[in-house]
Design a protein around this ligand. Structure first.
Ligand SMILES: [Zn+2]
Length: 744
């Protein structure tokens, strides 16, 4: 049923891999007359995924019509639309059906207006066989036996609230559910999984309702649906999907086994649950007007996952980890010329798929965090409340968000009346890249100068064209006479157009290397994570050089005191951040060939890194060939590493193949840093570019990263090596072993 807003003589619906039964297509005016409107023709525009019905008469404005049809759709095994999945229990293969509609796959399941702004209410009826259960966005209202079809039932669901097609979901399975007991004052909350895994749903059942309740209080808006389900699916394309009222997950993103899961697994599960539940407001209640606004979904959900998880698990230190997991992560993509603005024009399904990336998620989350702190907590939350409340069951653009935040900020006096949030934030969402802020003091006049310029890895002096980009940057400071490090309110906005006033070079490598030596005294998670990430880049650059030993000596010597205090053996008794730090430290040390790694074979994943694991090449070759259809780089050590890492269980599931292929270009080209490597990539690009599809952007980014690696080797490698050798580090140690007192 739809209402006409503009006179028309045709009806256009999205569909894909669906055949309409044209003689059943019927259009009736929804009023007393029940007038039937005749069709002239039915056709498809396959390229644009359209069904087009041309009518004999004009549809009248403000009139309501009912369109009905039979159609034939297909259940596929590609993990999009309505797809088939399976698992093995007691040597028996058991099948199930599940859906994945985002971004443009609802059109594979039913003909519809498949765009996020076009919201509707949905009445879903699904036929199922006895022994199966069906769950969907809304609770089931009725199970009715189907006439003349023994053992079959219609599952009839309550009407949905107004929602976008990409959030529709249903799962037909023999799953069991774990009903969360923490439902006081909240809605029923069930976790679904196959029977053998149901015991691993305890953590999700504990966490989910608590976080949902926290969000209700944080946003000031009650969760509007009568129930919340979360299901762990054996085959799933991404990590999880925020279908309204029925969140679907890959098993590893929801199921927690206290015996075998590690601290990092627990944190990932918690983060994913908190992320998806935040979408119930950001994305589901208020949806993006078009996919170019995707960051309003993903940036907010990513930011809120830290706040939501922190509310239940403060010991995870998520509000500290966000600096590494989102801010630093976004830098490495955003530094590339092939990056894109947060808000970017997208026109077709392939372009839409490409922006589910670090820019929409991590950079989006980072600039929201900046808004939160610079506008102050109270102003930010009031602005968000108005935005969500005013636009509920509707859709939004970033301009809507700026509008509500500006209104509150001006009212509260947290932003100068001459400036709007739109002006400030567009410098962050409409241009790619980010600034580096340089502060230098002038001792003669006891003043401080602050400059900004676009950060590039190829330093400005060496780059032909200098960037004129500038940003609005919140600045805060404290003074010697009145030192106060507790508040971070904005004292001055550095505005667009305010640029650097003095030419300064970037830091020489010796400075971070010198500062790095203090790490032997450091025991906290966040500084260590920052250091280990950056050491990893140095390690990769040095790995294939004759001076690798010098770098090993440096890293192991600053890390030894920490290693000695943490030890090798994981203990579930340790605080969360200690467990996490230990696993990151060991990964780093093992990649350097640290000898203890050979003794503790139980840390399987870490041990892969030293090549102890025996790996069959068959499974990996499958993914490798599938992706490139050529054998480039088969000699490379990296490839062996990846092959081994993924060869664990014999067969790889299709969901993991997709994951491998997705991260693939980056993983393999990560350590390419010679002219020869670069030429190989250029050749591949020339030969295969057309066939890359939605991987085009990540391929371009990989090529650019290799160009930067080559640049790095040419300009910085010698500096680092010289500093290491002058400062007494030795290149002779071949195994990177550490003299330690830890028991093995
Ligand atoms: Zn998300």
């Amino acid at each position: 049923m739809f209402e006409v807003v503009e006179e028309t003589t045709s009806i256009i619906l999205h569909l894909l891999d669906i055949i309409t039964v044209n003689e059943t297509i019927k259009l009736v005016s929804y009023n007393d007359s029940n007038e039937v409107i005749e069709f002239v023709s039915h056709s498809y525009n396959r390229e644009r995924h359209f069904y087009i019905g041309v009518l004999k008469s004009v549809l009248k404005i403000r009139r309501t019509y009912v369109l009905s049809m039979n159609y034939i759709g297909y259940m596929n095994e590609n993990m999009v639309g309505f797809y088939r999945s399976s698992y093995v229990q007691n040597n028996k293969t058991i099948y199930l059906g599940a859906t994945q509609m985002e971004a443009t796959h609802a059109r594979r399941v039913f003909p519809c207006f498949d765009e996020p702004a076009l919201k509707a209410t949905f009445n879903i009826h699904i036929a199922r066989q006895e022994g199966y259960r069906v769950i969907s966005n809304m609770p089931s209202r009725n199970s009715l036996p189907i006439e003349n079809q023994d053992g079959w039932f219609w599952e009839v669901f309550n009407s949905t609230l107004p929602m976008s097609t990409y959030l529709i979901a249903f799962v037909v399975s023999d799953f069991e559910f774990n009903a969360s007991v923490e439902t006081s004052g909240s809605v029923p909350f069930n976790i679904w999984a196959r029977q053998e895994a149901i015991s691993q749903t305890e953590y999700a059942a504990y966490l989910g309702p608590k976080i949902l309740k926290f969000y209700e209080e944080y946003f000031g808006i009650t969760f509007p649906l009568p129930k919340q389900d979360m299901a762990a699916l054996p085959d799933f394309k991404s990590g999880a999907m925020e279908n309204w009222g029925l969140i679907t997950y890959r098993e590893t993103a929801l199921l927690y086994d206290s015996q075998h899961s590690k601290a990092l697994d627990k944190q990932r599960i918690g983060s994913t649950i908190a992320h998806e539940l935040a979408h119930m407001w950001f994305g589901d209640l208020v949806s993006p007007k078009w996919w170019s606004e995707l960051w309003l979904n993903e940036g907010f959900a990513t930011y809120m996952e830290h706040i939501g998880l922190h509310s239940v698990e403060p010991s995870f230190k998520m509000l500290e980890q966000i600096v590494i997991s989102e801010l630093h992560t976004s830098f490495s993509t955003d530094v590339l010329d092939s990056s894109h603005p947060i808000n970017v024009e997208v026109n077709d399904p392939e372009e839409i798929d490409q922006i589910f990336d670090a820019i929409s998620y991590s950079k989006g989350a980072s600039i929201i965090r900046m808004m939160n702190y610079s506008l102050t907590e109270i102003t930010f939350r009031k602005g968000l409340y108005n935005y969500l409340n005013e636009l509920s069951y509707s859709s939004a653009t970033q301009d809507d968000l700026w509008y509500y935040l500006t209104l509150e900020a001006h009212k509260d006096g947290t932003l100068d009346l001459r400036v709007t949030v739109k002006e400030i934030m567009e410098s962050w969402t409409l241009q790619k890249g980010f600034p580096v802020v340089t502060v230098w003091s002038d001792s003669r006049y006891s003043s401080v100068h602050i400059t900004q310029e676009k950060f590039t890895l190829i330093s400005a002096e060496r780059k032909e064209i200098k960037s004129n980009q500038t940003w609005w940057i919140p600045l805060t400071f404290t003074t010697q006479s009145n030192p106060d490090f507790t508040q971070a309110h904005v004292k001055k906005w550095m505005s667009v157009g305010e640029k650097r006033t003095t030419l300064t070079g970037m830091l020489e490598y010796k400075i971070p290397l010198q500062i790095g030596q203090y790490l032997s005294q450091e025991r906290e998670l966040v500084p260590w994570l920052t250091a280990l990430t950056n050491f990893e880049y140095l390690r990769i650059m040095f790995e294939r050089t004759s001076t690798y030993g010098y770098l090993k000596d440096y890293i192991t010597s600053v890390a030894t005191p920490l290693y000695n205090s943490l030890g090798f053996k994981d203990s579930l008794e340790d605080p969360h951040d200690i467990q996490l730090l230990r696993s990151y430290l060991l990964s780093s040390l093992c990649r350097l060939g640290f000898e203890d790694c050979y003794y503790f074979a139980n840390l399987r994943k870490t041990v892969y890194c030293v090549g102890v694991a025996e790996g069959g090449l068959k499974e990996w070759n499958f993914a490798w060939k599938k992706y490139l259809k050529s054998n480039l780089g088969s000699e490379k050590d990296n490839l062996l590493y990846v092959q081994r890492s993924f060869s664990e269980g014999g067969n790889i599931r299709k969901q993991d193949v997709y994951k491998i292929c997705g991260d693939f270009t980056y993983t393999i080209t990560n350590s390419f840093n010679t002219e020869e490597d670069l030429q190989l990539l250029y050749k591949l690009k020339a030969e295969r570019y057309e066939s890359l599809g939605s991987a085009t952007l990540s391929f371009d980014q990989a090529v650019e990263s290799v160009e930067l690696n080559v640049f790095w080797m040419k300009h910085y490698y010698q500096d680092v090596y010289q500093w290491l050798s002058i400062n007494g580090y030795e290149g002779v140690s071949s195994s990177g072993d550490v003299k330690n007192e830890v028991e093995k």
